[in-house]
Design a protein around this ligand. Structure first.
Ligand code: CIZ
Length: 429
């Protein structure tokens, strides 16, 4: 199988090795005791997310235990088995590795990138009958929506969820929508919708379908401003979910006042706001966040500036507003990767995003000094659940002619979700 990468990951090494190599901001500890435990000790249920405080939603997929041989196999044995299975499958399978995935898994990926790039990259492999997505649940769903009907999308460990995506569930969003529809029904008709729903890519297929059905669209962290502009041409307001920070940072950069961005707290009447505030609202922000990006704070930036004068600070827009304000730049994983790749002079970069990606970039670009703003090692712990043992299992099952852990978006959600994704593509400048 030809190896083609959106971003190559030739220079890899474990997080611990790279941290030790860097020895810049000494890591204090890990953010989750899950990370020190054997991968097999993770509770079988989906989630929790990147923080131990995250709740495991009920009714989510459950990973059944896998044969003991995978649990007992050494790293070398798993490596040999994955390489052999991949070679046997050839063009019939494509392996996708998210930027935030651990190196021990990314090294087998045919493509490395963000969730939307990966779903599209898989489409370039016509002969692929199986798309093995080493990411999290919503990413596999997106790949299923965009792929052909005869292709199976596989998530190697069903416990790999996204706690931010889970913060907006179908019934709570529907309830919010009904309250907003009732509240705005008497407003004067100016030809625009009273409110347009916009969802971040990090959400369930059910919610992508919801926005598609209700005149809205999806955004990524790369195109959120373009998507909001599209929405404001057609609506007086936006309901933005699930990530409050991406919504706030984007709207603020567009000049929208913070007072016109009320927070919607699910299961509270009018999301915890009064009617006057909701009538004046421009962007209604859902009370969701990423547990990894929420850890960054302005003090870390001040410390980096003090220790490394001239440091270039780039953070992800899922970080809180104070962090984005204190940084030099904010942008998606793709933006961060391109900013570093494009730097012509040796530069010190302090990055505010997930640690696997930061350490991979540090290893790939040794001419620069690159470190994570957070001294505590905090990977996306749900993504981390895709241990090589699970990858070996799903690949060997494919070799044996069996598809396990297939992610299938229900037919009644496929069409509307695709409309929401197509609107996003059409909104692109
Ligand atoms: O869309 C993605 O893959 C995520 C989670 C973030 C980003 O900035 O690419």
């Amino acid at each position: 199988m030809n190896s083609h990468h959106i971003q190559t990951a030739e220079a890899t090494g474990s997080v611990a090795q790279n941290i030790a190599q860097l020895n810049l901001l000494a890591p204090e500890s890990t953010c989750s005791t899950d990370l020190a435990a054997s991968p097999w000790d993770t509770p079988a249920g989906y989630g929790p997310g990147a923080s131990q405080e995250d709740q495991i939603p009920s009714g989510y997929p459950v990973q059944s235990s896998i044969p003991e041989e995978y649990l007992k196999a050494s790293d070398e044995e798993l490596d040999a088995r994955i390489v052999a299975a991949k070679a046997t499958l050839g063009d019939k399978a494509v392996i996708l590795g998210h930027f935030y995935q651990r190196d021990e898994v990314v090294k087998y990926a045919d493509f490395v990138g963000d969730s939307f790039q990966l779903a599209n990259a898989a489409l370039t492999r016509d002969k692929a009958e199986a798309i093995v997505f080493c990411g999290v649940h919503f990413m596999a769903e997106t790949a299923d929506i965009l792929s052909r009907e005869d292709q199976a999308v596989i998530l190697p460990n069903l416990a790999a969820g996204c706690s931010m995506a889970d913060m907006a569930d179908g019934p709570s969003v529907q309830q919010c929508w009904e309250e907003l529809t009732a509240l705005y029904k008497d407003e004067e008709d100016d030809g625009r919708m009273p409110v347009i729903p916009v969802t971040y890519m990090n959400c369930s297929a059910e919610l992508k379908a919801f926005v598609g059905r209700n005149g809205g669209l999806v955004c990524t962290s790369s195109n959120a401003a373009t998507v909001l502009e599209w929405a404001f041409e057609r609506g007086r307001r936006v309901l933005f979910f699930p990530d409050q920070h991406l919504g706030r940072n984007t709207a603020k950069a567009m000049g929208i006042a913070l007072e016109q961005m009320p927070m919607w707290t699910p299961r509270k009447a009018l999301g915890g706001n009064d009617e006057a505030i909701m009538h004046d609202a421009k962007v209604i922000l859902w009370h969701g966040f990423c547990s990894v990006h929420k850890r960054f704070n302005p003090a870390q930036i001040a410390k980096a500036r003090q220790e490394f004068p001239g440091v270039r600070v780039i953070v992800h827009p899922e970080c809180p507003m104070e962090v984005v304000d204190a940084a030099d730049e904010a942008g998606s994983t793709d933006y961060i990767q391109k900013a570093i790749a494009g730097a012509t002079e040796p530069t010190t970069f302090a990055i505010g995003t997930e640690i696997n990606m930061v350490n991979r970039l540090a290893a790939q670009y040794p001419q620069h000094t690159i470190f994570c703003l957070d001294p505590v090692i905090c990977p996306c712990s749900t993504m981390y659940r895709i241990h090589p043992g699970y990858l070996a299992w799903v690949l060997e099952e494919l070799v044996a002619g069996r598809v396990v852990n297939q992610i299938t978006v229900p037919k009644d959600q496929q069409g509307d979700a695709k409309i929401a994704l197509e609107r996003m593509l059409a909104a692109k400048p």
